[in-house]
Design a protein around this ligand. Structure first.
Ligand code: SF4
Length: 280
């Protein structure tokens, strides 16, 4: 049908629910099927729509290890890559003895290492020994460590730890996991940091937020509880790498394998990684 210029479309020509009229070439009115409206929720990303895997993910999935031997080779390759990427990884918390490291680790809960390193020089100048910390009131110490957050609880833990170290361990931070776990404010992660970094004793693997996230991305564990994650890591990582593994993973978590939008295009582990949230 040809439309006459100036003539209005009649009512019956209006689009029906599913059909829509359009002017085609030469003014010819054509009826076309109206595009099906998708409900708003299905237009949003991640609302049940299946995510398409990236090319890199598909390739990596293809190489996913199937046997225990293949898994072992993959872990070894990843450890090797981490060693190349972060050859000089060390603990980022500044300290000059085990006691200072214990205090810095307690302060680092829910706080950046950078902030802790800003606070500790003044703190250790004011209270040079565990005896000095044991003698201070928690309310007073809380003001000295205020900028690290959760300062009241941290002050109580540090004063409690100082009292325990002075009264039961002769002013020396103990060297065993069992003894360290009796110290206020020292859970397994803190104990592993002190044993590994201050005493070079590999009793376990430090599991902080970076180790937790990246171990899952690398398929080293399916657990979410730090203690169970540590048990999984202990099984697949050689004991002589337990300490440095955590240092390297923590650096990796800060540099590339960040929580949101990891920088996978720059990551050497990319061909071996099949994390669901890979970005390249
Ligand atoms: S940065 Fe990307 S490729 Fe590298 S380990 Fe993390 S998720 Fe995997």
């Amino acid at each position: 049908m040809v439309i006459q210029p100036g003539k209005k479309l009649r009512q019956r020509m209006r689009p029906t629910e599913r059909m829509r009229t359009r002017f085609g070439e030469n003014g010819i009115i054509v009826k076309v099927k109206a595009p099906k409206k998708r409900p708003a929720e299905s237009r949003q990303r991640g609302s049940g729509q299946k995510k398409t895997r990236t090319h890199a993910q598909v390739q990596a999935y293809g190489k996913r290890p199937k046997t225990a031997a293949e898994r072992k080779v993959r872990v070894a390759e990843i450890l090797g890559l981490l060693a190349k990427m972060y050859p000089d990884a060390v603990c980022a918390l500044h300290h000059s003895n085990p006691w200072e490291l214990l205090v810095a680790t307690i302060l680092s809960a829910q706080c950046t290492d950078k902030r802790v390193n800003e606070v500790t020089p003044g703190l250790f100048a004011k209270y040079p020994t565990p005896q000095d910390f044991a003698a201070v009131a928690p309310e007073v110490l809380a003001q000295d460590i205020r900028s690290t957050g959760f300062f009241n609880n941290k002050a109580k833990s540090i004063v409690g730890a100082a009292k325990k170290v002075v009264s039961e361990f002769g002013g020396q931070v103990p060297r065993t996991m069992e003894e360290l776990l009796t110290i206020p404010g020292a859970a397994r992660k803190t104990a592993n940091v002190v044993l590994g970094t201050a005493y070079n004793i590999a009793t376990g693997v430090v599991v902080d937020t970076h180790v937790q996230r990246i171990s899952a991305r690398l398929d080293f564990t399916k657990e979410t509880d730090p203690v169970k994650i540590e048990q999984d890591l202990i099984k697949i990582i050689p004991q002589d790498r337990w300490i440095v593994f955590a240092h390297r993973i923590i650096l990796h978590g800060r540099a590339l394998c960040v929580a949101r939008n990891p920088k996978c295009a720059e990551c050497a582990i990319n061909p071996l990684c099949y994390a669901k949230d890979k970005t390249a």
